[in-house]
Design a protein around this ligand. Structure first.
Ligand code: FAD
Length: 323
């Protein structure tokens, strides 16, 4: 079985996700750092979730170096084993993205994804996702794994109590997720979103409830994460000069600490039966070192209850995020 809990199929339900080949039907360069890709295919008619899409994640398998897509048993529960068993050069590359939107109906349903374009690190091979997105054009083909209507897929983390104020903290890779959350929040929602992006030209118009302030933090050359960290702790009433240091070797590229899951194996405290959440729910996603620094600050030093925060490493500087 897979090591990713999102992808474990339940043998009683059949394949609980849509695994299919899709075609690029539109490409739009939104800004210097974002490209929007619309994917279409008849199999997407089956795509769906119970409730709102929010920060729903999904998997993409990018083509192999020769441009071909892996040959998989698309409807079979053994697709994961079949994929793993393929020779490396025939497997393509799996990466995680967010459902930015779903448009159209039936066989004309389209999956919209916003992909961040990033400079390759000098001397290192470009990431397959970045390479593909940089050159994406209509007619290109990919494999996707998306939720199937009527089946539990997992992959949504945003889960505040109905009365919580929300604090959404994101770098550019999590802007699509925050955009989905803001779109799907009810009109009574209150709180704030802090969004760090590479440049001022990457600021987008986002649909959001009137009670949620949206603050863009363009780096425009500032070190990654500094603006986001300072704005977050200032929002929580802390002196930003007290920021904790995080050493590179301490960073888990896959840091994922939510009220219901801990990548570090931390004990998840049982529900105390009383409201410990202080009316605030924080959802924090981005580069893993930045996220680790925020977690240290909020949970370890400020004593924010881990049940009121979700910290998610979406990528790690210098690390290829396989799968
Ligand atoms: C739940 C979830 C949802 C996500 N949603 C989105 C989304 O909607 N859109 C999106 O663009 N990304 C999203 N990501 C992040 C994306 O999966 C990673 O950025 C991934 O590393 C990209 O793969 P790649 O093939 O381009 O690079 P990789 O092969 O993973 O890495 C190659 C090199 O590129 C660097 N790199 C990777 N991403 C970036 C970046 N953004 N900026 C600078 N350097 C980078 C790595 O550090 C490494 O040195 C999401 C991740 C998760 C976990």
């Amino acid at each position: 079985m897979t090591t990713d809990p999102d992808l474990d199929p339940d043998p009683d339900l059949g394949l609980p996700l849509v695994l299919g080949e899709v075609e690029v039907v539109a490409v739009e360069r939104l800004s210097p750092s974002f490209v929007r890709v619309e994917l279409g295919a008849p199999c997407l008619a089956e795509m769906g979730v119970d409730g709102s899409w929010l920060d729903q994640r999904f998997k993409v398998i990018f083509p192999c170096d020769d441009g071909s897509l892996p040959q998989l048993p698309m409807a079979g529960l053994d697709w994961w084993e079949a994929w793993q068993a393929l020779p490396e050069e025939e497997r393509g590359s799996m990466r995680t993205y967010t459902v930015r939107d779903v448009v159209g109906v039936g066989e004309h349903r389209r999956l919209v994804v916003d992909i961040v374009l990033h400079d390759p690190v000098a001397g290192e091979p470009d990431g397959p996702g970045n390479r593909w997105a940089t050159a994406a054009s209509e007619g290109d083909r990919l494999l996707v794994l998306v939720p199937r209507r009527g089946h539990e897929f997992g992959g949504r983390e945003f889960a505040p109590a109905p009365t919580d104020r929300v604090l959404l903290v994101a770098d550019e890779t999590a802007v699509p997720a925050v955009a989905g959350i803001l779109r799907d929040l009810g009109p009574e929602a209150a709180g704030c979103a802090l969004l760090e992006v590479p440049t001022s030209a990457d600021v987008q118009a986002l649909e959001a409830p009137a009670g949620v302030e949206v603050h863009w933090l363009p780096r425009d050359g500032a070190p990654r994460g500094d603006l986001l960290h300072a704005a977050t702790v200032a929002r929580l009433g802390v002196d930003p000069r007290e920021l904790p240091e995080v050493d590179d070797e301490e960073v888990d590229p896959n840091v994922w600490e939510t009220p219901v899951y801990s990548s570090s194996g931390e004990q998840i405290a049982p529900d105390p039966g009383v409201d410990v959440r202080d009316g605030l729910y924080a959802w924090i996603a981005g580069e893993s070192k930045v996220v680790t620094g925020l977690r240290r600050h909020l949970v370890r030093e400020r004593g924010v209850d881990r049940r009121q925060v979700a910290f998610m490493g979406y990528w790690r500087e210098g690390v290829s995020m396989r799968g």
